[in-house]
Write a protein that binds this ligand. Structure first.
Ligand code: PGA
Length: 254
C-alpha cells in the first residue's frame, strides 16, 4: 500500500503576519516542481487567511496548530473548526506535546478536538509521544497505547479516514536529538498495529504516520527509508525556506 508522504511544517509561535505571508510565498515558489509529496504548513491563526491567499493553487497545503472542541460560544480566546476551515485551513494539529505540557491538554480533551475537527471538515494530525522519563521507565508503548486509544475513543472508521498520526518523542522535540532509526521503526510499527487493533488492517494500512522531533535535512533521508514512516512534522527546521525545502526534497536525495 503506497501512502503519499506528508512533510508538514509547524511554525509554532513564530512569524508575524507579513513574515508568514512572505515565507509561505517563497516556499510555494520553491516547491512548484515537487511531485509525489504533500507539503503542509501550520502558521499562527491570525495569518491563515492571508497565507491561504498566498498559497492558493500551489503545492502548499495549509493547517492550523490547535482548535477548541465547541462549535461556538462564550469561550474567550478560543477558535472553532469552522473558523479555521473558512480561514483556509485543511489540516489541524491536535495534542502537540507543548499543548499537553503548557496548556494541560488531556487525552479526553484531545479526543473531543479530533471529533470537532472531523465534524468541521478538517483533517486532524494527532500528536503522540513519550517523555524522556516515561521512556526510561520502559513505558513508551504503554504511553502510545493510551494516547491512541483514548485520543481516538468512540471514532468510527469513516471519521478517521483522513487522520494523520505524528509520533513525536517529547525528548526529541526542539532538542537537536532525534530518535534513532531503530527507536522510530519500533514505535511506528507499534502504532500501526494499534490502529489495526482499534480499527482494521485496511485502515491501518492507509493512515499516515509522521515522525517529528529534530527533523532536519541531515536526517530526513534515513527517517524516510523506514517502512512505516510516511513523512515528518517539522518544527524549527520548517521556519527557513531553504532548509525546509531540502527536507521536502528528500526523495531526490535518496
Ligand atoms: P522540532 O519540533 O522539529 O523543532 O524538534 C517538532 C515539533 O514540535 O513538531
Amino acid at each position: 500500500m503506497k501512502r503519499m508522504p506528508l512533510i508538514a511544517g509547524n511554525w509554532k509561535m513564530f512569524k508575524t503576519v507579513p513574515e508568514a505571508v512572505e515565507t509561505a510565498t517563497r516556499l510555494a515558489d520553491a516547491c512548484r516542481e515537487i511531485q509525489n509529496v504533500e507539503i503542509m504548513i501550520a502558521p499562527a491563526f491570525v495569518t491563515l487567511p492571508l497565507v491561504a491567499e498566498a498559497v492558493k493553487n500551489t503545492r502548499v497545503h495549509l493547517g492550523a496548530q490547535n482548535l477548541y472542541f465547541e462549535p461556538e460560544g462564550a469561550f474567550t480566546g478560543e477558535i472553532s473548526a469552522d473558523m479555521l476551515s473558512t480561514a483556509g485551513a485543511e489540516y489541524v494539529i491536535i495534542g502537540h506535546s507543548e499543548r499537553r505540557h503548557y496548556f494541560f491538554e488531556t487525552d479526553e480533551m484531545i479526543c473531543k478536538k479530533i471529533k470537532a475537527a472531523v465534524t468541521g471538515g478538517l483533517k486532524p494530525i494527532l500528536c503522540i509521544g513519550e517523555t524522556e522519563s516515561l521512556r526510561e521507565q520502559g513505558k513508551t508503548f504503554l504511553t502510545l497505547d493510551k494516547q491512541v486509544s483514548d485520543g481516538l475513543q468512540g471514532l468510527g472508521p469513516d471519521e478517521i479516514k483522513d487522520l494523520v498520526l505524528a509520533y513525536e518523542p517529547v525528548w526529541a522535540i526542539g532538542t537537536g536529538k532525534s530518535a534513532d532509526a531503530a527507536q522510530v521503526e519500533e514505535a511506528h510499527q507499534y502504532l500501526r498495529s494499534l490502529l489495526e487493533k482499534q480499527f482494521s488492517l485496511d485502515l491501518a494500512k492507509t493512515i499516515r504516520i509522521l515522525y517529528g522531533g529534530s527533523v532536519k535535512p541531515e536526517n530526513i533521508n534515513e527517517l524516510m527509508r523506514i517502512t512505516d514512516v510516511d513523512g515528518a512534522l517539522v518544527g524549527g527546521a520548517s521556519l527557513d525556506v531553504h532548509t525546509f525545502t531540502k527536507i521536502i526534497k528528500f526523495d531526490t536525495q535518496l
